[in-house]
Design a protein around this ligand. Sequence first.
Ligand code: ADP
Ligand code: ASP
Ligand code: MG
Length: 451
Amino acid sequence: MIVAKFGGTSVANAEAIIRAADIVAARVARRPVVVVSALSGATNELLEIARRAANGDLLVALTHVESLRARHLAEAATLLGSGDDCEELLTEIGAGFDELAHLAEALSTLGFVTARSLDAVAAYGEVLSSQIVAAAFRARGLNAQWVDAREVMITDDHFTRAAPDVTALAGTTRELVRPLVQRGVIPVLGGFIGSTAGHLTTTLGRGGSDFSAALIGAAMEAEAIEIWTDVDGMLTADPRIIPKARLIERIRFDEAAELAAFGAKVLHPSTIAPAVEKGIPVYVFNSRNPEGSGTMITFDAPRLPVRAIAGKRATTLVKLRTARMLLAHGFLRSVFEVFERYRTSVDVVTTSEVSISVTVDDVSHLDSIVADLSALGDVSVERARGVVAIVGAGITDGTATLAAAIGALGPISVHMASLSATGINFTMVIDDAQVVGAMTRLHARFFEEPA
Ligand code: ADP
Ligand code: ASP
Ligand code: MG
C-alpha cells in the first residue's frame, strides 16, 4: 500500500479536492491510505479564533467561526450536491462549528488560552477537511471511508508539538486502518492531529501533516509515501525567494532532512526519519501538475556537491565564553542540559577552546536559558540573525565547493559557520536582513552559472 498526503492548497476548495480524487483514483490498485491537511489557511484562522476569544474579542472570533463554517459548507455542498451523504456531512460540519463556537465562548470567559485549548481548536481544521474529502471521494465513485485520526495517532501530552507514540501507532493502524485497506477501502485521515492515551486532542506541530503521513506509512510499512503539494517537488531553493529555483528529481534522505530542518517548508522537518527507518521512498508531487516527475527521496540519489540551498530568518545566536571550558570535561553537557531543561532545540553549534555558540529558533524561554547559562560563563545574545546553508552529499569532495560558497557571499559577513560531520551541510550564520541576498547569491553561483 501507499500513503498519499494532500497539503492545504491541494484540498483548498472543491476544485482541488476533485483533483485529489482523480489522483487517488489513478492509484487505487496501489491501495492508498489518504492523509489530508486542513483547507488552506484554516489552521491559521482557527488559531486566530482561539486567541481573539481569549483576548476578549469574542465577536470577532465568532465572525471567523461563521466565515469558516460558510466556507466548509459551501465546498461540501459543491462537492456533494444533494443526497443522504450530503445531508449527513452538512450536519456533521454544522455540529463541528457549533462546538467550535462554544469553545470560543468558553475561552472568552476564561480570558486565556493554553496549549491544550489551542490544539482542541486547531484540530477542527483536519477533522472537518478529512470528513469532507472522504465524502467527496465517495461521491466520485471511490470506496473511501473517514477514519478519526485522533484514535490512530496516539501522542504524548506536549500540546502544540506532541510526540507520537510509535508503538501505539503500530497497534492502532493494525486495528483501525489496515483492515479497511485489506477490504479495498481507501481510509481518509486528517494529518497533524492526534490524541493522548487519555483522549485529549493534540497536534504534532505546524506543518505536521507530512509527519503524520510518514508515521502512518512507516507503521504500515508502505511501499511509498507521496506528499502532494503546490510546487513541482523539492526545488533547489524556496521558489518564493528564488523564482529561478529548479526541480530536484532525486535527492538523498539525509539531504532532504537537512533542507527541511533548515526551513524548506515543503517538508515538515520530522517527515524523513520514519521513512528512513523503514527505507520507504518519499515522493513530492504537485497536485496541480500530477503528470510531473516530482522529487524522489531515497538512500541512493547520485552524489552532487550542492543539491540545494536553504535559508532561515529570525534566528538567535547565543554565545557563552568561559575559561572554565579549557581542558574541562563535562562542560558541554552542562551547557546543553540548560537547553534541554527548557525544551529548546539548538540548531547550529560551534565551539572553540573557550567559547561555545549556538543558534536557537524558539526564544520563548530565552531569558531563563540566559539566566541559567550565566552560572557557567559570560553570555551574550545576538538577535536578528539568519542562516543560509548549502546542502549536498559531495560538499567535501575537495575544497572547491566550500571556497565557492564563501566567495559567493561577497561582502556579506559570516558570524559563524559550521560544516556538519556527515559533510552534507555547510551552514553560515549571517544577519537576518541578508538572508535573501545570500540565498540569491548562492543560488546564482551553484545553479545559474554554466558548469
Ligand atoms: P502544503 O500545504 O502542501 O503542506 P506547504 O506550504 O507546507 O504546502 O509547503 C509547500 C511550499 O514550500 C511551497 O509552496 C514553497 O513555497 C515552499 N518551499 C520552501 N522551500 C522549498 C523548496 N526547497 N522546494 C520546494 N518548495 C519549497
Ligand atoms: N494544517 C496544519 C498547519 O497548517 C498542518 C499541515 O498543514 O501540515 O500547520
Ligand atoms: Mg506543509
